[in-house]
Design a protein around this ligand. Structure first.
Ligand SMILES: [Zn+2]
Length: 106
């Protein structure tokens, strides 16, 4: 995908969601550089528009498509959550946690 097409896709996603985070419905700030905001206006960081990849198969959200627009805060939170889930799954594979599916994992 060319950079131009990619930018258009991201812009469309932002417009589709009326500039609001998919998860928390807060208005997001688009078009700012994350690193610039982090160093110069850290209070805005949580509200930045980011692309959240819906590719972890255990969250049953694949029907929504591969990506949604999410604020930086929710994106970070989801990242932590999927890391935590992965750790649990790894332990299951190693037999350290019974994988009887009672927790809803597949
Ligand atoms: Zn959010």
């Amino acid at each position: 995908m060319t950079q131009k097409k990619k930018t258009k896709r991201v812009t469309n996603l932002y417009l589709q969601q009326n500039g609001k985070c998919y998860w928390c419905d807060e208005v997001m700030i688009a078009g700012l550089d994350v690193d610039m905001v982090r160093t110069q206006q850290p209070e805005l960081l949580n509200r930045l528009f980011t692309i959240d990849h819906i590719n972890d198969r255990h969250n049953n959200l694949t029907r929504l498509g591969p990506v949604v627009g999410a604020c930086h805060q929710c994106n970070q939170r989801r990242e932590q959550l999927s890391t935590a889930l992965k750790l649990v799954q790894d332990k299951m594979k190693q037999g350290m946690i019974p994988s009887d599916n009672s927790l809803g994992y597949k």
